[in-house]
Design a protein around this ligand. Structure first.
Ligand code: UDP
Length: 242
């Protein structure tokens, strides 16, 4: 029987993944088969007719805090972290284009020879033309993270939700890798995330999502077909909302 796509419940979404999601079990940098696996997840959602944009972190290559802990000036270290996200975005673009998906990398820090600069209307137009848009270089500002960039871009693109692709299938009351009795929440509020100190996104990103009423769906990207299933309202996940 033909593999007919399930009906998506969303029209436009932002997928946020950490840089570490791209390194597989290698401990550093990029693991091309893992990048390709995630690209296939994105393709399967794109094939449903959902407009997809992405924000990818840079932690597999460099984090500003790690640089500043080693004596580097913080803003310089943060710019290095932002540049790391551009490398990841280009790797994802290459993998998606290998699967026949048109993509655009759009950077918050202009670097015209490498990718497009961020112009909101142009990014929206790319999405309308069913291109996958990968937002790179975070917000373009030091002292932020790509979680905040994801919330900002999702709001600017009028996405219906941010999908946080993680290694676990939602938000738990304690670390499920360390505690067998950890309980997953189906649904929690932004305020719960603060009051219970749950690890969903960093505090600035959660505050921005709350202020803009942007739902966050935390799901496992390790589950094959998981992204597509979640978009169709199936599978397990945690929804963070107002
Ligand atoms: N970064 C930044 N401003 C931003 C986004 C990112 O300065 O708007 C820097 C920051 O140093 C951060 C690094 O880029 O540590 C990589 O991003 P992040 O830590 O969010 O990556 P992830 O943990 O998602 O892989």
């Amino acid at each position: 029987m033909a593999d007919t796509p399930p009906n998506p419940t969303y029209k436009r979404v932002l997928l946020k993944i950490s840089g570490e999601a791209l390194m597989g079990n290698t401990g550093f940098g990029l693991h091309p088969p893992t990048v390709e696996r995630i690209a296939r997840e994105v393709k399967s959602v794109h094939d449903m007719g959902v407009e997809v944009c992405m924000v990818i972190g840079g932690g597999n290559i460099f984090r500003g805090l790690q640089g500043s802990a080693q004596g580097m000036e913080r803003t310089t270290a943060d710019y290095m972290g932002m540049l790391a996200t551009v490398m990841n975005a280009l790797a994802m673009q290459s993998a998606l284009e290998g699967l026949g998906i048109f993509t655009r990398v759009i950077s918050a820090i202009p670097m015209d020879q490498v990718c497009e600069p961020y112009i909101r209307r142009r990014a929206v137009r790319h999405l309308e033309k069913k291109r996958v848009v990968i937002f790179a270089a975070g917000t373009g500002n030091p002292y932020f993270t790509t979680d905040t960039a994801a919330t900002l871009r999702a709001s600017e693109m009028a996405c219906e939700a941010i999908f946080m692709g993680k290694q676990v299938d939602g938000v738990y009351d304690k670390d499920p890798k360390k505690h067998d009795d950890a309980v997953r929440y189906d649904s929690i509020t932004y305020d719960d995330v603060f009051s219970k100190n749950l690890k969903v996104m960093d505090a600035s990103a959660i505050a921005l999502a709350r202020d803009n009423d942007m739902p966050i769906v935390v799901f496992s990207l390790d589950e094959p077909g998981g992204f597509r299933g979640i978009l169709a309202g199936q599978g397990t996940y945690t929804r963070v909302h107002s």
